[in-house]
Design a protein. Structure first.
Length: 316
């Protein structure tokens, strides 16, 4: 386990927030620790354990990184030194030269980050960038994250649609709604859900090289089961393509009229793009039909929810 993982992630985030919020305040170590409701000893120990860097050293480095960023944007040495908390230009120049290997008057690089044991750096204009935890080669990449988010949220939207009556499910709440010119209209909640599920079924079958599925159950129970199966298959296929570096591989879909050639990467991008659009329209339709508190469509909030669930902060 790395040093960053030695402290609970949410607690480590709170400590980092405390440091960045006080970055421009002339606080001593005890005053900074008090902001986190800790003694100086415990604050220093937790930050050092979680980041492999004492809080005072972390704060100095972040201020120097910010100063380097400012210098590269034509800020004067005097102004950058004052912003970094140094009482004199000479003191700032000495500290900057030790850190970057050249005086601030000569600094013009765009790379302002210093070596760090923890992946925590200043992030312009006034924030932090924190590298993710150590991951294995099989860990989630961006494509996984987008597909995982889509799979989870589509499943939740199907569940929330269960609050509607059969009549509401089939009401034409978006007359004439057509996402792609070659698709059928999607005027109702049921047709929107069917399109989300069918798209995954079609492309999973095309990539796997088998016939399109038959017997499309359009009940909510059927849509739920179909989505679970097709979504999981598409996730598995995408991970295999990623691991084998097959994004630029092409296949010919003979079921198209006429047959067409697609790259695997373009297919996954297609599914993600139009699923996001359909989910947005569907969420609005559910809200209009009286479904309250429809889940956020934001992957950032989804990821925060997963973190909270993993620590027991919220119910599943």
């Amino acid at each position: 386990m790395s040093a960053v993982n030695a402290v609970r992630p949410d607690r480590l985030r709170e400590l980092l927030d405390t440091i960045i919020e006080a970055l421009d305040e002339p606080l001593d170590g005890s005053s900074l620790a008090a902001r986190a409701y800790l003694s100086r000893f415990h604050f220093d120990r937790l930050v050092a354990a979680g980041l492999g860097e004492p809080p005072a050293a972390l704060r100095r480095r972040l201020l120097l990184e910010r100063a380097a960023w400012q210098l590269a944007r034509a800020t004067s040495v005097t102004e950058a030194g004052i912003d970094a908390g140094y009482g004199s230009t000479e003191a700032f120049s000495r500290a900057f030269s030790r850190a970057f290997g050249l005086p601030p008057s000569r600094f013009a690089r765009t790379d302002f980050r210093l070596a760090a044991p923890n992946g925590v750096h200043f992030h312009p204009p006034s924030g932090l960038r924190v590298s993710g935890a150590e991951r294995s080669l099989a860990a989630m990449d961006l494509t996984d994250r987008l597909l995982e988010h889509d799979h989870w949220l589509t499943g939740r939207l199907i569940e929330r649609a269960g609050e509607l009556s059969e009549g509401q499910l089939d009401r034409e709440i978006r007359p004439g709604n057509r996402v792609l010119s070659f698709d059928a209209p999607e005027p109702s909640v049921r047709t929107m859900l069917e399109a989300l599920v069918w798209t995954k079924e079609v492309w999973a079958a095309a990539i796997a090289g088998r016939d399109f599925p038959a017997g499309r159950d359009r009940s909510l129970g059927g849509l739920r089961a179909r989505h679970e199966s097709a979504g999981e298959e598409l996730l598995s296929l995408a991970r295999g393509m990623r691991d084998r570096a097959e994004w630029d591989d092409s296949f010919v879909d003979a079921l198209c009229e006429p047959p067409q050639s697609f790259t695997l990467g373009s297919v996954v991008a297609h599914v993600i793009t139009f699923a996001a659009h359909r989910r947005q329209v569907l969420a609005g339709a559910l809200a209009e039909l009286g479904v309250e508190g429809v889940e956020s469509l934001d992957p950032i909030q989804w990821e925060h929810r997963l973190e909270a669930e993993s620590t027991g902060a919220v119910g599943a």
